[in-house]
Design a protein around this ligand. Structure first.
Ligand code: SF4
Length: 135
């Protein structure tokens, strides 16, 4: 097994300090769960990144208790998107005393949770519109 520091990108100087070492001012975190709502949260994260409103970030790194991810999240402004009220991403943050700067729950944005991925583009569009109105 290779020895790597626990950051998002593990090559080059600074790896392990921030996701890709770029010191992103706003990190966007999604639960990316195994339901339509979870995957809509993932789609919102990607769309916000593509619009330049922040940088998609790895919740799994925080969930895995990797120090580089936790410290970067503590130092950043964070937008957290959960799929449903279970709030897995928010709870992962709470474990380390991190309060999201902005918090969204997909099921509060007009999307019903189901294990059905047939309408992800449409559902992501509906939820994204609601997020943009609140940013
Ligand atoms: S917040 Fe809801 S959708 Fe997201 S991972 Fe947790 S249970 Fe799944």
């Amino acid at each position: 097994m290779s020895e790597q520091k626990d950051g998002c990108c593990t090559t080059g100087a600074g790896a392990g300090d921030t996701c890709c070492g770029s010191g992103a001012p706003t990190l966007i975190v999604a639960c990316s769960g195994g339901s339509n709502a979870g995957q809509v949260s993932n789609g919102i994260m990607i769309e916000l990144d593509r619009k330049g409103l922040g940088k998609a970030y790895c919740l799994a790194g925080i969930g895995a208790a990797l120090s580089g991810f936790i410290e970067s999240a503590k130092a950043a402004r964070t937008v957290v998107v959960d799929g449903c009220p279970t709030g897995c991403a928010k709870k992962a943050f709470e474990k380390y005393g991190i309060e999201p700067s902005l918090y969204f729950v997909v099921t509060d944005l007009g999307i019903a949770k189901a294990h059905n991925f047939d309408k992800l583009p449409e559902e992501t569009g509906v939820a994204m519109k609601a997020v943009l109105e609140k940013l």
